[in-house]
Design a protein around this ligand. Structure first.
Ligand SMILES: [Zn+2]
Length: 208
């Protein structure tokens, strides 16, 4: 379990910010972990604000809602830069579904941390094809703390790090479709991808 280096910044010393990343597959409890950290900051009377990309319209427009209904109010923003203004006066900001922002999120998080804000970013580290997702890899590089949380593979019960898409759609973003995904381990993810794309996998194997 992640224990904060400190919850309250700047008692006596200059206010310090930093970046935390919570990443993992679908059903890994990323949002629950984000909410846990933000609730602890709230108990410490920190000013907390949560943002998410405006395109994530699952459940309620203004709540970060995790799959276990443990929710915190949040502000949808169309672009990451808006957070720079909206986060003024905040001690801690949370960003949920960070993978859906573009690369400018990285610079925004760095600027917020540089001006003394604790920034906690949660998002999918890989897309449904097992590729690094949006700004997440760069965020992990600039973060002080990275936590990878795991789901459980629905096929074999091992730890799962992949989000396997059950449907045939090839769109990178399928919103509000949690039924369309399964958490899978490396082996079961590969088996699923082979079943979905028998030819392309055969070609890859032939090349190696
Ligand atoms: Zn498995």
């Amino acid at each position: 379990m992640f224990i904060e280096p400190r919850v309250i910044t700047g008692s006596g010393i200059a206010r310090r910010g930093w970046i935390e990343v919570v990443c993992g597959s679908m059903f890994s409890g990323k949002t629950e972990e984000l909410i846990r950290r933000l609730n602890r900051a709230k108990i410490a009377r920190q000013r907390v604000e949560i943002f998410k990309p405006a395109l994530d319209t699952r459940y309620h427009a203004e709540d970060v809602v995790s799959h276990n209904q443990n929710s915190i109010r949040s502000t949808p923003v169309p672009v990451a830069q808006e957070m720079l203004l909206l986060a003024a006066g905040c001690d801690v900001i949370g960003v949920d579904e960070a993978q859906f922002f573009d690369e400018s999120l990285v610079e925004v998080c760095v600027q917020l941390a540089n001006r003394g804000t604790r920034v906690i970013v949660a998002g999918l580290d890989m897309d449904f094809q097992g590729q690094p997702f949006g700004p997440m890899p760069a965020l992990m590089a600039v973060a002080e703390f990275v936590t990878k949380v795991h789901a459980i593979c629905v096929c074999c019960g091992e730890l799962a790090t992949y989000s396997f898409r059950v449907t045939a759609s090839e769109d990178k973003i399928l919103l509000g479709e949690t039924d369309a995904y399964e958490a899978r381990c490396r082996v079961c993810f590969q088996e699923g991808m082979k079943e979905k794309h028998p030819e392309s996998t055969a070609e890859k194997v032939a090349r190696t």
